[in-house]
Design a protein. Sequence first.
Lengths: 447, 366
Amino acid sequence: MSNDDRKTGGRRAPFLRGTPVGRDHDREPDVSRVIALIDMNAFFAQVEQICNPSLRGKPLLVGGDPKKRSIVAAASYEAKACGVRSGMSYYEAKKLCPDAIAIEGDSRKYLDYCYRIVDIFREFTDVVEAFSIDEAFLDLTNVQRLFGTPERICGCIKERLVEDLGLTCSVGIGPNKLVAKMASNMQKPDGLTRIWPEELPHILWPFPVEELTGVGRRMKRRLARMGISTIGDLGRFDPAVLRGQFGVYGELLHQWANGIDESPVDPTCFQTVKSVGHSYTLPRDIDDTETARWFIFWLSDRVCRRMRRDNYVGRTITLTVRNSDFLSFTRSLTLPEHTSSVHTLRDRAMLLYRRNVPPGMKVRLLGVSFSHLKKETPEQMELFSNERQRRAVDAAVDAVKDKYGDSAITFATLIGRPRGMIRRKIGCFLTSSEKGKSDSPLARPPL
Amino acid sequence: MKFSCGRETLIRKLQMAQRATDSKSNIAVLRNVLFMLEGDKLDLTGFDHRIGIKTSLECAMEEPGEITMPCSLLLEILGVMKGDSVYFQLDGFVMNIECGRQRYSVNCMSAEDFPPFPDIKESKSFDFAAEMLEKGIRQTYFATNPDDPRAFMGGVLMSSKGGRLLYVGTDGHRLAFREFEPGGSMPEFDVVIPTRTLGEILRMISETDAEKVEITTGDKTISFVVGDVFMVSRLIEVKFPNFTKVIPENTEGSCRVSRQNFADAVRGASIMARAKENKDMIEINITDESIKLFASTMDMGSATEEIEVVKKGNDVRVAFNSKYIIDFLSVVDEEEVIIDYTDELKPGLFRTDEPGYKYVLMPIQV
């Protein structure tokens, strides 16, 4: 312990130094936090095995389209036993495990499971931060009196996950996010590990330094040159030298190696919607502005309807275009005021289209989105603007759609069909040549 | 240049001229005040290219001359001097200032660098009753917004046509409209005067107790003579939008309340409307029995105020920015105010029994 530490008072001192979270710097460091990380084991593969019993117990690879050059996003434990790791190409994986079944992942399915899992977590604590689609941090500090020890709570959660969803997970419990994450990696699959603050050096330090969050391949090489190979080496190293070598990050690494991490569990990650948008792969490539206009109006209407239903207003409008060579680009503009008016969105999106899509370009996909969102607050209305009439129109259109369905009212432009395409039913198009071939893959309904 | 003059008078006159200097300007001479001495009259001029103010005072001249001096520095020096009379003596570009046993030297700049006032071309001159000017400005200029990129919101439209004199100010959320019938012969004109200029006129009228203001107006520039102060200002060269279409004519309901009671109630309720996301919003619920005002802020609490009302027409529940209502209530002098309304999305018309003043206010959509 250095002199500085003694001045600020023994036990807490290490937590005061270089707290990584700027906005919380005046918060009293809490040494007695209890944080859990719950990591769903081979999440995508588990979900696929639940949904399709014939895959259970078999080596399974989930990733991109297996017919293309894709990589493995998740492998079932049966496949992992053969040495398959996430991030390998299918080709490599098949070499290691020839029997493995490769399937294309379905992100909506996983997201749906993710929300169901988080709902279970929320029954135990409201401070839940989704770290990724298959991992979440839970702050259990203040719920121990309600539900008992952290081990008991996590045991209950594990039971619930198996009973309700049929999923297994690995749980790590520690005094902060960093240690919880390390603990969750100790026992996989289906583990539950708690690391106590006092046993940190004992457990953490023997591991090679690259096991520490924040140490990648290059950092490992640089540390090795300094004679640091284990987490313990790093934790015992002089922080001043680390700072000289790596700047502020060096000091953070030193803290992490000592199991110090003050970052809070941030439950707001669920509350922020960053953008609302729709895109659509056209039934055939188009090159005329009129047809593009049809689809931009149609997409804009859907975007704004969703925005108003969820009470959002946005400021930045983005148009996504993909041409027949699969080259995509996006162009955006920012409005002076937040709005959810469909008139504004479709007119500005059309403006972006006219400015940025050269005549004759074959367009394959169009997308329209609103970002820089905020929840709609009471809005002072303007005297010299027709926003008032537009809002009234939007409100009336919403009322009609709520009562009679989304197809009951629309722009006059959208009555009928875009040129050369036949509207089979709501939200579904065929090109003229595909009429009658109802199972055409091109006629897939949009998202 | 040599003269002596009364310290207090000089301070007062300098402060007047200072309001037309630009203390933040990169051009040093615009931070200065021009001293011109001829006969027993000392002229002080400030001019920042947008507003110019010229005022004068009596002094005992020994030698005429002209020079510019940094205004705020000079005021600071005069502030620490103790005697009644101050003696100025210019030596090259250094002004020596003496008062009793206090002696200060101030570096000055040549009067030649000081920008001249703009000429007023194709001008019309006329006299104006100060009261009519003061009231017209006071009741409209607060409703403008000089920070808005739309230029017409940066000033008040002053328009004389067919024996009617109009003042109109707006910031896009509200519009204040004042009409006079001045009688006599007033030339026709149509100008947008910057809000800052109007504020200065109000101060001058109140400081000089003038009864008459002489106005000369051209296309780009306007000048005012208030008492012994001369002021010149650039006009905002913009076409004012058609404001008549935003003044509601046939409203579906109308109510009459005591101004004092209404003002107290709005001020009270607005205590609970201070959150940023609420935009000082208060909800007004007008029924046959009463006006109820309601305001709430999520983490603070809520307020309800209820006052008596005389009402015609339908009930309404509408939200307004309380600051805008208070602005209106503080510039009218009548005992009762009238609120005309249609629904929660249409503008409300605030007025009094005096037919010349109308205040249009857009609601807040909840």
